[in-house]
Structure formats: C-alpha cells, structure tokens
Ligand binder design. Structure first.
Ligand code: PEP
Length: 253
C-alpha cells in the first residue's frame, strides 16, 4: 500500500484537448513510486481518452461520480460497470458540491459506496462540515452522522479499499485551507472512528485532506499525522502545480 494518494478532482473542467494535454504532461512526469500514487479524475466524457493515454503510465484513473444501479431507466446516469470498462480504479462520492447542488443524501451515498466496493473499485468518500456547523461546534457531530449513514451498507471485508476525504466545505475552492491544527484534529477523530468500527482494517484506510491544498501548503499538511494524501481541485488543473504537490509527497515519503 502506498503511503500517499495525491488525487486530482478536475470537476467540470477540461475539454477533450485539455484532458489530453494535462494527462500527457502528468504521465510524462509520474514515476513508478511505491510510496506515492497519483490519481486523476476527469469529467465522464473524457475518461475514455484519458484511459487510452494512461494505459502504460504510473497515473491512476478515477471518476467524480456514478450511479449505484448497473443499468436501466436512469436517464443521464453512468453505472459502475460502464466506468470499470476503462480501467478505472477510484470513484469520488459524496463531494460537497454534489450534496449541495444536486441534493445528494447520505442514504444515496451509502448505496453508491456499497455498489462501488461490491464492484471491487475504490470509493473516495468525501465528508466535511460547513462553516456554520463548525462555528456552532457541530463539526464532529456532522462527521459522525455522515460516516454512520454513508458506511452503513459497506461490505466489511472490503472496507480497506475505501478512501475518506475530509473536506471542510468552507475550505473548498476558497483559497483558505483548514489550519494545521484543524486538519490534525479532524483526521485524528476520523481515524479513531474507523478504529472503533473496523478495528485493524482502520489503519489501511487512507484519509485524504481536501480544501485549497496547493504547492505552498502541501508540505505542512501532508506531514500531519493521519493525513494520507490530498484531494485537490483547483491546483490539479495545471500540471505544474499538481506535480509540485506530488513531488512534495515523494519528498515526505
Ligand atoms: C475539491 O473540490 O475536492 C477541492 C478540494 O477543491 P479545491 O482544492 O479547489 O479547494
């Protein structure tokens, strides 16, 4: 198992040409490294193109969402088997943008998580509190509620394939990351939650930090105990900035 996972969430950015350019630049620089894994999650439509270019590279491929049913009358949705056909390993679920703009509930996220594990892929489950919730002293209540429901259907035998991304909503895309103390406290709390529920498997579950992670703060944040990598939005859209974070992880590993 690698020490760090450095994951890029491209969101609704990059057309086909931009995807080819970014993927080619990243795969040219990613090395075979046991300790640091690089992952890119382009928009659905560019996954086939990215998959082709990444075939013999050291960059892993993921999606930003999926539906839990395998096929059928679900207009506009993409199933896990459809994604799996492109040698994809990871699927992000529960991102705060999907929770906020598309009304995704924890019950729906639980079904997606269950289905992804059952298909032997790795869910990256995003959890995190809003600023109002933090200011009201409810951060850990919110995280507990999200984890309790989101993990309620997970196959315990496959739980170590799961990745958790702690993403305080107020830090996403704002340029203001959580402080080192806030990151340390939240990641420690999440690790303890996993230990209480999954015993020895807990140590194998990666906990990523997400929220305005960039080349300037990566060294400090990735060095915090229980931080096993980053989920990166804005800074993953340019190869230069994403590679700086990736290389920081290599330095630290
Ligand atoms: C994200 O969207 O998961 C994210 C962390 O975005 P950013 O790095 O831009 O804050």
């Amino acid at each position: 198992m690698s020490k760090y996972l450095i994951a890029g969430n491209w969101k609704m950015n990059t057309n086909a040409d931009e995807t080819r350019k970014l993927v080619s630049e990243l795969s040219a620089s990613a090395s075979k490294n046991q300790e640091v894994e690089m992952l890119v999650c382009p928009p659905f439509i560019n996954i086939p193109g990215a998959s082709e270019l990444l075939k013999d590279s050291f960059v892993s491929l993921g999606a930003q969402n999926c539906y839990f049913e395998e096929k059928g009358a679900f207009t506009g949705e993409i199933s896990i088997p459809m994604l799996k056909a492109f040698n994809l390993e990871y699927i992000i679920i529960g991102h705060s943008e999907r929770r906020a703009y598309f009304n995704e509930s924890d019950d729906l996220i639980a079904k997606k998580l269950e289905a992804i594990l059952n298909h032997n892929l790795k869910p990256i489950l995003c959890i995190g509190e809003t600023l109002e919730e933090r200011n009201a002293g409810k951060t850990f209540e919110v995280l507990k509620n999200q984890l309790d429901i989101d993990l309620s259907k997970a196959d315990l035998l496959k739980i170590s394939d799961m990745v958790i991304a702690y993403e305080p909503v107020w830090a996403i895309g704002t340029g203001v990351s959580a402080t080192n103390e806030q990151v340390a406290e939240a990641h420690k709390w999440i690790r303890e939650y996993l230990e209480n529920n999954y015993k020895t498997e807990a140590a194998k579950i990666k906990i990523l930090y997400g929220g305005s992670l960039n080349h300037a703060n990566a060294k400090e944040i990735l060095a915090i105990p229980n931080v096993d990598g980053g989920l990166i939005g804005g800074a993953s859209l340019k190869s230069e900035s994403f590679l700086k974070i990736y290389n920081t992880a290599i330095e630290l590993s």
